[in-house]
Design a protein around this ligand. Structure first.
Ligand code: PHE
Length: 529
C-alpha cells in the first residue's frame, strides 16, 4: 500500500465532510423559502417545497431515472397536479439504492453473477447506500411518511478490528486498543511537555493545572501523569467471579500506532458529520424506500425503458427512448428532469448547450466497489464479540462491514469489502470478479483467521461496471464547484437536472432528494409566473 494514500484519503474524507455539511443543505432549503431558521437551531427541515394544489394541471414532466431524485420529483410533482412519466432503464426502482438477495442476478459489464444465498429477511446486501444519518431529515421524512420501519445501523464498534500489514506484526487489534492506547500516550506526552515548560507560553498556570486533570480522564492516566494501560483498551484475562480480578492488556507502543496508516483517518471516520451515531437502516434492506415510493407512483414509471436521445422542442423538450421489446417512442413534454448520473448522460445524444455538455463531460466519478459473502455461522459475533460496525484494513478491501440486521441469528451476509474508489489504485473493477473475490478472501484471512472456510458464495458490485450507473458518485473539484457545478443547477431551456451530483451531500440519498426538491421548486416557480 502506498503511504501517501492516507493523506489523500484523509483529504477526501475531510472534503466530503466539509462540502456535505448541514450548512449547505440548509442554504438550499432556505433558498426554497422552506425554512424558518432560528440562529443556532439545526433542526430546520420543514419538508418538501410547498406547492399550491393543482399548480401543475395540464403540464407534463418527463423524469429520467427512478432513483431517489427521480422518485422524489415524480411523487411531489404529481401531488401538485403535474402529469409525470418516469423513464427507468432498469426493471426496478431505486437506481444506486440496490439491495441484493439470494436468487438475484447481478449484471455488470464484466459478467453475470447469480446470488446463491439462502433466502431470509436478514440475508441481504445493500450494494449501494447503506446508512441513513440521523440528520438526513428529507430522507427520514419520507421514511416516516411512508411508514418504512428503521433500525439502528451500527457504524462504530469498539470491538471491531484494525489490521495493518506494517504494524503489530500484521495482526488485527481491537478498535478499543487503538483508540484508548493512543489517547493514553497523547495524554502522557502532553503532561511531559507541560512538566518541561513546553506549553508555558500557550497556557496559563491555572489552565495547565486544569488540563492535567482533563488529561487524567482523557487518557486514563495514573497519579504520576503517565499511561500504564487502561481497562478501556480491554483485557487479556477478563474479570470474572471470585478471584478472577482480570488482567488488562499491555498498551500498544506509540511508535507502532503512529506508523499505522489505519487508525489515522479510519478512526476519524465515525466522527465525520455524516458518519456519527445515530445511523439507521430500513428493516429488510435499503430498497424498502424506493419500493415505498413505487407503491405510490409506480403507475408513472416505465421500467426497462432506455433513453436514446434528449432533444429541445418548440413546446419544451423531448425524449426518444426504447423499451425491452425494442419499440422506440418519442415523448414530448413541457419539462424534463434528468437525474441520470453524468457518467451516463455524457454518452446520450442531446441538444444541450455547449456549456452544459462541457460540464457533463468533465466531472469525474469515483469508483467504489463492494463485496458480500454468505456466512453459515456468524463467526464475528461468536468468536470476536463483534455485533455490527466495521473492521478496517490497509488492504484493498478497505473494510469488512458486519451486518446490523439479524444479530444473534445463525447465519448472515457480511460485506467483505467496501472500497471508496477515490484513486485509480483503489478501483477494484480493474480486475475480474473472481480475482476480486479471491483477493477479498485473502485479505479477510488476515482479519479473521479461517475466513476462507467461513465465508462462501461471494458477489461483487463494482459501480463503474454497473450499466446505467457507470460510477459511484460525482467527485467535483473545488474549481468545478465554482463553475460547471453551478451551470447544471440551472435548466437548459426546459431541461432540468437533479441527483446527488448536484448537491453538497455527494454520495448520499439525502443529496439526491434535496436536489430534486430544488429542481421541482424551480419548475413550480416557472409555471406560476
Ligand atoms: N455515503 C457513502 C458512505 O457512507 C459514501 C461516503 C463515504 C460519503 C465516506 C462520505 C464519506 O459509504
Amino acid at each position: 500500500m502506498k503511504s501517501d494514500w492516507s493523506v489523500s484519503r484523509r483529504a477526501f474524507l475531510t472534503n466530503i465532510a466539509r462540502t456535505g455539511g448541514a450548512g449547505a443543505a440548509y442554504a438550499v432549503l432556505d433558498a426554497l423559502g422552506a425554512t424558518a431558521l432560528a440562529i443556532g437551531e439545526a433542526h430546520a427541515y420543514a419538508g418538501p417545497p410547498p406547492m399550491p394544489a393543482g399548480i401543475g394541471k395540464g403540464k407534463r414532466v418527463t423524469i429520467i431515472g427512478a432513483g431517489m431524485a427521480g422518485l422524489t420529483s415524480a411523487y411531489e410533482l404529481s401531488k401538485a397536479g403535474f402529469t409525470c412519466t418516469v423513464l427507468e432503464a432498469r426493471a426496478r426502482p431505486g437506481g444506486r439504492n440496490w439491495t441484493i438477495r439470494g436468487g438475484d442476478l447481478i449484471e455488470q459489464s464484466d459478467g453475470l453473477q447469480k446470488v446463491n444465498w439462502p433466502k431470509a429477511p436478514h440475508l441481504y446486501f445493500n450494494a449501494g447506500p447503506a446508512r441513513i444519518p440521523h440528520h438526513h431529515h428529507a430522507l427520514l421524512g419520507y421514511c416516516r411518511e411512508f411508514n418504512v420501519p428503521l433500525e439502528i445501523m451500527m457504524n462504530d464498534n469498539r470491538a471491531a478490528l484494525y489490521q495493518d500489514d506494517a504494524v503489530f506484526g500484521g495482526k488485527p487489534v481491537e478498535a478499543k486498543q487503538v483508540i484508548h492506547d493512543a489517547n493514553g500516550h497523547f495524554g502522557e506526552l502532553l503532561n511531559k511537555a507541560m512538566s518541561s515548560g513546553g506549553l508555558d507560553k500557550e497556557l496559563s498556570k491555572e489552565d495547565r493545572e486544569r488540563l492535567r486533570e482533563v488529561l487524567a480522564v482523557f487518557g486514563d492516566l495514573k497519579a504520576d501523569g503517565r499511561y500504564h494501560g487502561s481497562e478501556r483498551a480491554g483485557y487479556t484475562e477478563p474479570p470474572g467471579a471470585a478471584l478472577k480480578f482480570g488482567k488488562i492488556r499491555d498498551p500498544l507502543p506509540l511508535s507502532e500506532l503512529l506508523k499505522a496508516e489505519l487508525w489515522q483517518y479510519k478512526i476519524a471516520f465515525n466522527q465525520n458529520y455524516e458518519q456519527t451515531s445515530t445511523i439507521m437502516q430500513p428493516i429488510g434492506g435499503m430498497d424498502q424506500i424506493p419500493k415505498a415510493f413505487a407503491k405510490r407512483i409506480g403507475h408513472m414509471i416505465r421500467y426497462e425503458t432506455v433513453v436514446d436521445e434528449i432533444r429541445k422542442t418548440a413546446l419544451g423538450a423531448k425524449v426518444i427512448c426504447h423499451n425491452n421489446k425494442g419499440q422506440k417512442t418519442s415523448i414530448e413534454s413541457d419539462f424534463i428532469i434528468c437525474t441520470m448520473p453524468l457518467s451516463v448522460l455524457r454518452n446520450v445524444p442531446n441538444d444541450l448547450s455547449p456549456n452544459y455538455k462541457k460540464a457533463i463531460a468533465e466531472v469525474r466519478y469515483d469508483t467504489p466497489a463492494k463485496i458480500a459473502f454468505y456466512a453459515p455461522r456468524r463467526f464475528w459475533e461468536l468468536d470476536n464479540d463483534i455485533y455490527g460496525g466495521m473492521s478496517w484494513t490497509n488492504r484493498e478491501i478497505t473494510q469488512i462491514l458486519y451486518p446490523s440486521q439479524g444479530i444473534g441469528q445463525r447465519d448472515g451476509v457480511l460485506v467483505g469489502a467496501y472500497s471508496f474508489g477515490v484513486f485509480p489504485e483503489d478501483d477494484m473493477s480493474r480486475v475480474s470478479v473472481s480475482e476480486r473475490l479471491k483477493n477479498a478472501i485473502v485479505s479477510g484471512e488476515h482479519m479473521h483467521p479461517g475466513y476462507q472456510r467461513m465465508v462462501r458464495d461471494g458477489v461483487s458490485v463494482a459501480w463503474p461496471n454497473v450499466k446505467y450507473s457507470q460510477g459511484g458518485w460525482a467527485s467535483w473539484t473545488a474549481e468545478q464547484k465554482n463553475d460547471i457545478y453551478r451551470t447544471l443547477q440551472e435548466p437548459d431551456g426546459a431541461i432540468y437536472f437533479a441527483g446527488e451530483h448536484l448537491s453538497n451531500l455527494p454520495a448520499w440519498q439525502e443529496g439526491a432528494i434535496l436536489s430534486a426538491h430544488y429542481a421541482i421548486e424551480k419548475i413550480a416557480t416557472r409555471v406560476r409566473s
